[in-house]
Design a protein around this ligand. Structure first.
Ligand SMILES: Cc1cc2nc3c(=O)[nH]c(=O)nc-3n(C[C@H](O)[C@H](O)[C@H](O)COP(=O)(O)O)c2cc1C
Length: 314
């Protein structure tokens, strides 16, 4: 039984935190461990090209994995098999729960040069990349996070192709490459992928992704759409307590976790990431209580943890 199947066995489905560049980094994942964690974390995506260049130092922060935030899957992106090989040889030593290949990103810079979801159009290259990664990864499971297709939904072509590779896990974001977030994630089509999985590769787990706003909705989708789990991305910024199932969070708890967030940030990233990169989390914690807007405005003016603490004490 593959390790993801064992994880699923615990409660019948898997909850996953989506990889989100600039958001779901090690310190944020550690915060979530304090307030409600998913069954499995994904790292932000790491460019194999960047990792194999002189700029390795600048991209390697994505490989910071603390003991707490495990199991964690390291996500890689790029389109050069040799760079994947070199990166995986390094990543293996970090003992991640898995290695995931990003074939879903539709940001222009990633698409250019045929990376991210552009790879959907080049199955021969995808096969070479996956063969290389699997060859290097040894016993570490290899998975793919992707979309329903590139120009069109292509379950019988693209998803069938992936299923025939008998991966341990495929995460499907229910959109095609050109869809923005205004088009809803198509869970009916994700369900079709799960049905096809039953036929082609019953041992491959399917995690559905897109627009899940809370734990109850995720659980409902697992039942309704026949997937093995659900992944949450943006929803975690609306409610960082999402994976605990709690919606009502007191002002005191919100402030406590803001402080905790900055304590962890200082420990993990001081001198490595700019303080300003953390301001996006202030809105996630400081909301939904009387006076939240005013407090948030003051916090947004701060340039250090010390200043944050002073504002909180006022
Ligand atoms: C700011 C941001 C950064 C993202 N970075 C990544 C990434 O590094 N790798 C990836 O596979 N997807 C990335 N995504 C896509 C998410 O993982 C997820 O597939 C998408 O947001 C849909 O899920 P949601 O509706 O729950 O947010 C990113 C999304 C956002 C909003």
């Amino acid at each position: 039984m593959n390790s993801y199947k064992r994880l699923k066995k615990k409660k019948g489905y898997i909850t996953a935190l989506a990889p989100m560049e600039g958001i779901t980094d090690s310190s944020f994942r550690q915060v979530l461990c304090n307030i409600g964690r998913p069954d499995i974390f994904f790292t932000e995506f790491l460019s194999v090209e960047g990792f194999c260049s002189k700029g390795r130092e600048q991209v390697s922060h994505r490989l910071h994995l603390s003991k707490k935030e495990r199991p964690v899957i390291v996500q890689l992106w790029g389109n050069i098999p040799e760079y994947y090989a070199e990166t995986v040889r390094y990543v293996k030593k970090l003992r991640p729960a898995g290695i995931d290949i990003n074939i879903g990103c539709s940001v222009r810079d990633v698409l250019s040069g045929g990376r991210g979801s552009a790879l959907i159009k080049d199955r021969e290259l995808v096969k070479r990349i996956l063969d290389t990664v699997r060859g290097e990864a040894g016993r570490i499971p290899v998975s793919v996070k992707t979309r329903l297709g590139y120009d069109d939904i292509d379950i019988n072509g693209w998803i069938r192709f992936l299923l025939e590779l008998k991966l341990d896990l495929i995460t499907i974001h229910g959109r095609i490459s050109k869809d923005g977030y205004s088009t809803p994630s198509n869970w009916e089509k994700i369900a079709e992928c799960a049905t096809l999985r039953d036929e082609i590769s019953p041992d491959t787990l399917i995690i559905g992704n897109g627009d899940v706003k809370n734990l109850e909705q995720g659980k409902e989708y697992v039942k309704k759409y026949g997937v093995d789990g659900f992944m949450v991305g943006r929803g975690i910024l609306n409610n960082p307590w999402l994976f605990s199932g709690r919606e009502e969070i007191s002002k005191e708890e919100r402030i406590d976790i803001l402080i905790k967030h900055f304590e962890i940030f200082e420990k993990v990233w001081r001198g490595k990431k700019p303080f300003n990169s953390q301001k996006k989390y202030i809105k996630a914690y400081i909301c939904n209580f009387d006076g939240a807007n005013e407090l948030r405005k003051e916090l947004m003016k701060c340039d250090s943890f010390e200043e944050i603490q002073k504002v909180i004490m006022l």
